[in-house]
Design a protein around this ligand. Sequence first.
Ligand SMILES: [Zn+2]
Length: 107
Amino acid sequence: MTMKPRKVPLRKCVACQEMMPKKALIRVVRTPDDGVLIDLTGKKAGRGAYLCGKIGCFKLAKKSKAFDRALKLTVDPVIYDQLEQDFIAVEDEFNAAKERDDDDDES
Ligand SMILES: [Zn+2]
């Protein structure tokens, strides 16, 4: 890759409020039909909220209803439960992909 942007886009985790590079965060998107989904591609259309790739931050977001505020939507507790399961399912994959990316940067 020759075109490496110098400025890393930062986003804030909705749970712990930490600013992080976009690719270190998992995006949660509000779809046009008011669904809420985890968006690993980061490219789905809709209002997005960002979260560290850590289940601890998800639990914090769930407890504080951070997605309700970030997505300007009343998120049903059932949706939070579903998202939590999805989050756990993608967490390992996400962190593995992140580590592979880091290796690429060094080589
Ligand atoms: Zn966080």
